[in-house]
Design a protein around this ligand. Structure first.
Ligand code: NG6
Ligand code: CA
Length: 523
C-alpha cells in the first residue's frame, strides 16, 4: 500500500546522488552512495506452531525463553500480532506474497509432492527486496510446494524458492512429519547417492517398504492419528518414500543444522544488505529435541524443543553481534500459526502439560478461527533503532511486504499487504483497521477491538486434536478488549456492531449474506 511519508533513505540518496553527480567519476561515486546509505539487513525468524502463550515474555511461567524474551524486552512486543491463517501453508503464502491466502483456493496444508503454490510471476517479499539491492535467502521449512507436478527428486527440483525471489535456499520441502525427509540445497537433495534414487508417493506405498502399520516394531515414536506411512529414524511419517537413505536427515540434529546454515549465511553475506528468512521447524511434530535438550523443560518434547529453539535464536543473535551486524539488522520474530498439543503422535505434550498454557488465555488453537489460531507472538527488534515497548496495534505478517518496501525505499501497491512500517518501528500506534483471518478455509473479521465470525457448518470440536475450531451455526461477535478468551458472544445483544462488522466482512470478502449466502468458505 502507498506510503504518504517521503522515505528517509530516498531523501538521503537524493542528496548524496545530487552531490556526487557534480563530480568527475559518476560510476565509482554511485557505489560510494550505495555504501553511504546503508540499508539494514532483515531477518525473519519464524517458528512453526508456537502459541501466543508459549514463551515467557508472553506470559509463560512453566517455560523460560530468555533469548526470545531479550528480543521482546529490547524491542517491540505486539499483543495483537497476527499470522494470516491458523495453518502453515496459507500463513507462509501470505507472509511471502503479501496476498490474503483465501484468494488462492490451493493455499491449504500441502502434501510433500504438491506443486509450487506461488506463481513465478507473482510479487514476493524477497523479489521486492532484490530490486532494492538485497541478497535473499531462506533456511528452514518451506511448505509452499515445489515443481510443477510430478517432481523427480533425483534431479534439480524446480521451480521452488529460488524461482520466486530467493538467491539461496536450504530447506525441508514440507514439514518434519512429511516425506521426503531430506534437505534440499538450491533445488538439489543434499547427500543423494545416485545409486539409491528417491521416490515419493502420497497415495500408495512402494512394494516391500516398511510402514507403521506393517512394521510397528520399528517405531521409536508412536502415531496417534495419521502419520502411519513410511518410517524414517523410527518415526512414522505422512507419505511414502523409497530410497535416498544416505540423504535422510537426522531429526535430532535438525535445529543445529539449520542454525549453522543461518549463521554461515550471515557470516558470508556481510558486504551487501541481506534478507534471511530463518524458518525454524519447532515446535511442530514430530518433536525431536537434541539430547542436550531432551527432558530439560519438564513438559515433554514439546517444551524441550521450544527451549531448543530459544537457544538457537540466542546463538544466532550472538553471531550477528560477533559479526558486528546487530545494530544494522531488523529482526522480526513470529510463528506461522497457533499451538496444538497432540497433532498426531503420542509425545507427552498433553500428559506433561501441567500448568503451561500455550494459548496464553486465548480460545481455540491451531486450525481454529478463534484467536489462538492466528494471534501469535510478534516481535520487532532493531538495536539502537526500535525503542523497547509493547504495542497493542493490529499488525499482520502479510504486511511485511509493503512495510519493508517502505523501509528500504520503495513501495508495494500490488498486494493486500499494508504499510505499517511506522507501527513496526514503534513510531505509530495505528495498525490495521481491518484484518481477515483464516482457518482451514473459513474466514472472520477483526476490526478494532471486535471480532466477527460468520456462521459455519460442521463440528466446532476437532476431536483428534482436542481443539475448538469456531464453527457455529449462528454469527459470533466478541469484544476482544474485554473478553480476550471469547466467552461472551455479543451478536444478539449488540446488533448494531454486528451489522457494521458484517458489512465490512461482506465488502472485503465479496459476499452478501442477505442474498441467501449461508457459509463463506474458499475451497
Ligand atoms: C495435518 C497433520 C498434522 C500437521 C499438519 C500441518 C495429520 C493427521 N495431521 O494434516 O500433523 O502436519 O497437517 O501442520 O496428518 S502445519 O503447521 O504445517 O500446517
Ligand atoms: Ca505451522
Amino acid at each position: 500500500m502507498k506510503t504518504s511519508k517521503p522515505h528517509i533513505l530516498l531523501i538521503l540518496s537524493a542528496i548524496l546522488l545530487f552531490g556526487f553527480s557534480c563530480k568527475e567519476k559518476p560510476i565509482e561515486k554511485k557505489n560510494e552512495v550505495e555504501k553511504a546509505v546503508k540499508k539494514p539487513n532483515i531477518v525473519v525468524i519464524y517458528l512453526d506452531d508456537l502459541g501466543y502463550g508459549d514463551i515467557s515474555s508472553y506470559g509463560a511461567t512453566e517455560l523460560q525463553t530468555p533469548n526470545i524474551d531479550a528480543l521482546a524486552s529490547g524491542g517491540l512486543k505486539f499483543t495483537n500480532g497476527y499470522a494470516s491463517s491458523a495453518t502453515c501453508t496459507p500463513s507462509r503464502y501470505a507472509l511471502l506474497t503479501g496476498m490474503y491466502p483465501w484468494r488462492n483456493k490451493d493455499a491449504k496444508i500441502l502434501p510433500g509432492t504438491a506443486p509450487l503454490l506461488i506463481s513465478t510471476e507473482q510479487q514476493t517479499l524477497p523479489k521486492m527486496l532484490k530490486t532494492q539491492g538485497y541478497q535473499t535467502a531462506i533456511v528452514g521449512k518451506w511448505h509452499l510446494g515445489l515443481g510443477t507436478g510430478m517432481v523427480n527428486w533425483n534431479e534439480r527440483v524446480s521451480p521452488g524458492p529460488n524461482e520466486v525471489g530467493f538467491d539461496e535456499s536450504y530447506i525441508l520441502a514440507a514439514t518434519q512429519d512429511r516425506v521426503p525427509t531430506v534437505y534440499i540445497d538450491n533445488g538439489n537433495v543434499v547427500g543423494l547417492d545416485p545409486n539409491d534414487p528417491i521416490s515419493v508417493d502420497y497415495k500408495t506405498n512402494f512394494e516391500g517398504e516398511p510402514t507403521a502399520i506393517s512394521n510397528p516394531e520399528m517405531l521409536k515414536m508412536k502415531w496417534h492419528h495419521g502419520h502411519n506411512n513410511s518410517i524414517v529414524n523410527g518415526i512414522p511419517r505422512i507419505g511414502f518414500m523409497k530410497g535416498g537413505d544416505a540423504a535422510k536427515w537426522s531429526d535430532v540434529d535438525m535445529a543445529d543444522h539449520f542454525l549453522t546454515k543461518a549463521q554461515d549465511y550471515v557470516k558470508n553475506h556481510k558486504e551487501k544488505p541481506f534478507f534471511l528468512y530463518y524458518a525454524m521447524q519447532q515446535p511442530h511434530v514430530p518433536r525431536t529435541p537434541h539430547p542436550r535438550f531432551a527432558g530439560k523443560s519438564g513438559l515433554g518434547p514439546r517444551g524441550d524443543v521450544i527451549l531448543e529453539a530459544d537457544w538457537c535464536i540466542g546463538e544466532f543473535i550472538k553471531t550477528l553481534k560477533e559479526e558486528k551486524l546487530l545494530e544494522n539488522t531488523l529482526i522480526v520474530f513470529s510463528s506461522d500459526n497457533g499451538p496444538v498439543l497432540n497433532d498426531g503422535y503420542y509425545d507427552d505434550a498433553v500428559e506433561k502439560l501441567g500448568k503451561h498454557d500455550p494459548n496464553g488465555g486465548l480460545r481455540g488453537g491451531k486450525y481454529s478461527i478463534f484467536e489462538a489460531g492466528t494471534r501469535v507472538p510478534f516481535i520487532t527488534y532493531w538495536k539502537g533503532k526500535i525503542k523497547p515497548a509493547t504495542s497493542d496495534a493490529i499488525v499482520c505478517q502479510m504486511d511485511l511486504l509493503a512495510s519493508l518496501a517502505d523501509l528500504v525505499g520503495t513501495e508495494d501497491n500490488t498486494t493486500d499487504s499494508e504499510d505499517v512500517m511506522n507501527v513496526l518501528l514503534g513510531e505509530s500506534q495505528k495498525g490495521r483497521d481491518n484484518l481477515i483471518i483464516e482457518a482451514t478455509g473459513k474466514t472472520a473479521l477483526r476490526h478494532g477491538d471486535w471480532l466477527m465470525i460468520p456462521p459455519y457448518k460442521g463440528k466446532n470440536f476437532r476431536e483428534k486434536v482436542s481443539i475448538e475450531v469456531g464453527n457455529f451455526p449462528e454469527f459470533q461477535l466478541y469484544n476482544l478488549k474485554d473478553d480476550a478468551g471469547q466467552q461472551n458472544n455479543l451478536a444478539i445483544s449488540n446488533p448494531e456492531k454486528l451489522a457494521e462488522m458484517t458489512k465490512i466482512f461482506e465488502s472485503l470478502r465479496g459476499v452478501d449474506f442477505e442474498k441467501g449466502v449461508k457459509e463463506v468458505i474458499f475451497r
